[in-house]
Every structure is written in C-alpha cells, then in structure tokens.
Design a protein around this ligand. Structure first.
Ligand SMILES: O=C(O)c1cccc(C(=O)CC[C@H]2O[C@@H](n3cnc4c(=O)[nH]cnc43)[C@H](O)[C@@H]2O)c1
Length: 239
C-alpha cells in the first residue's frame, strides 16, 4: 500500500485517513491500543480516554475533533469502543457487538403512560446510524453481532428495567454509557461514527462480581486486530 507522510504520521493513502477511537477508561484504551501496530502511533489511529458517561464523553470527543480540524488534519471516523452489558440471550458475555444504531435510551421524560423520548417530545433525535456498509464489513471481519447499542446514564440493575429497555428497543443487543455522546460530537462535525462493545456482563439484576472485565477486554483487543484491515479498505464516502 502506498504511504504518504502527513504531519509526522504515516497515513494510508488508500482507504481511510485518521481514526479516533474513544474509550471511557484507561484499561479499555490499552486493550484497543494492544491490537494496533506500535499502539496506534504512526498508523493514523489515535486511541484516547474520554471519561464515563455520555456528557463527559461527548465533550471530550468534541474537543479533540475540533482541535484536529483546526490544525488542518481532521478525523475521518470516530469509534466509540469499550466493554458493555449484553441483553440476554442474544449477546452473551464474551460476545462482540457492533452498533447499527446508537440510541440514547434514557433521554426523555417519564410519564404516567410510560417513557417519552426527546424525539417524541419534539426535541431532536435520540439515534444515530453508523454507515451501513462499514457496519456490515466490520461484523463480517470480526464475527461481531449487529444490533442497536443503547446509551444509558444509569447501569441497568433489575430484570424489570432490562425488559422495559428491550420492549422499547427490540433490536438492542447491548448497553453502555458513552456511545450517544461520542456520536453527537462526531455528527456535529460531519464525521461518521461506529460503536463497538465487548460484553462484560449481562444487562439485568445487579451482580458486579459476575462482570468478566478482563475477558471482555481480551475480546476487544482481538476484535480491533481484525478491524484495522477493514478500516484501511473503507472509504468514508462508501455509506
Ligand atoms: O459498578 C457499577 O455500578 C458501575 C457503575 C458505573 C460504571 C461502572 C463501570 O465499570 C464503567 C465502565 C464502562 O463500562 C461500560 N459498561 C459495562 N457494562 C455496562 C452495563 O451493563 N451497562 C452500562 N454500561 C456498562 C460503560 O460504558 C462504562 O463506561 C460500574
């Protein structure tokens, strides 16, 4: 593959340019970086921590995207990545999930008649859709399951809440806490976004001791190892 130097980085001339991978915490960042040549440096893939929760993750991602754009080397793709809860039985612990929709699942109002999303209240969108062709290729290369990934500000801790989320979002495979914030920041700058989650725990009754975080981090590393060639072959205009 022909390579060209751009601001001290080697960027693949064919395929995608710069990729920003936004993880919540350092152990997730390190799990992704382990899959990249030289931890990502020089490959055009930057892996950062953006904090836990959609607000901090969105603000952090927005700052990094803006700084890169102002420096004349904008990102071409943002990936929200990390561990997450899996809806059973479709996303067991150890599964990898790639989002075909990134949904703000608790952004709205509770009423006597049930939950109303901000979209139903007339205030914009609660979902972002990653590029379909890229999602398909990522799933094929990594073996990830494809479905909606919900963004929540409160980790689900009861069977009743898990059932309510699944009833409202029948295609949901996973929940996590950052994807929608990261996606809002990316979309605001016209940058496509992906979300990839390795399932560390079932969504449902709280059992923190049952979270399999090291196993999920290993799945994340393996998944990113298979993802990089897909990114190299994808052009952001192939939506
Ligand atoms: O132990 C807790 O109750 C607790 C509360 C808030 C955050 C955590 C984390 O460990 C945060 C890590 C990170 O993991 C994602 N994650 C993993 N599993 C789930 C889940 O079942 N529901 C939502 N998010 C999950 C999340 O994106 C956090 O950033 C622990």
């Amino acid at each position: 593959m022909e390579l060209q130097a751009r601001e001290g980085r080697l960027i693949a001339a064919a395929g995608l340019g710069r990729v920003l991978v936004a993880t919540a915490v350092p152990v997730e960042r390190d799990a992704v970086a382990r899959a990249l040549p030289h931890g990502g440096s020089g490959s055009g893939v930057d892996v950062i921590t953006v904090g836990v929760g959609p607000g901090l993750a969105g603000a952090s991602t927005g700052s990094v995207l803006t700084a890169a754009a102002l420096q004349g080397s904008p990102y071409d793709l943002v990936v929200s990545a990390g561990i997450g809860g899996g809806f059973q039985p479709d996303a067991p612990v150890g599964a990898l999930v790639v989002a075909d929709e990134i949904v703000a699942a608790d952004l709205g109002a509770e009423t006597e008649d049930g939950f109303l999303s901000v979209t139903e209240l007339g205030f914009g969108s609660v979902r972002h859709r990653p590029p379909g062709e890229l999602v398909r290729r990522v799933a094929e290369a990594t073996g990830a399951r494809t479905g909606a990934v919900l963004t929540v500000s409160t980790v689900t801790g009861t069977a009743a809440r898990a059932a309510a989320l699944r009833e409202r979002h029948p295609t949901a495979l996973a929940e996590a806490m950052e994807g929608f914030g990261v996606a809002e920041a990316a979309v605001a700058q016209g940058v496509p976004v992906l979300e990839i989650r390795a399932v560390s725990n079932p969504v449902g009754p709280r059992d923190r001791a049952a979270w399999r975080i090291p196993d999920a981090l290993a799945v994340l590393t393996e998944g990113f190892g298979k993802l990089v060639p897909v990114l190299e072959g994808w052009n952001r205009h192939d939506r």
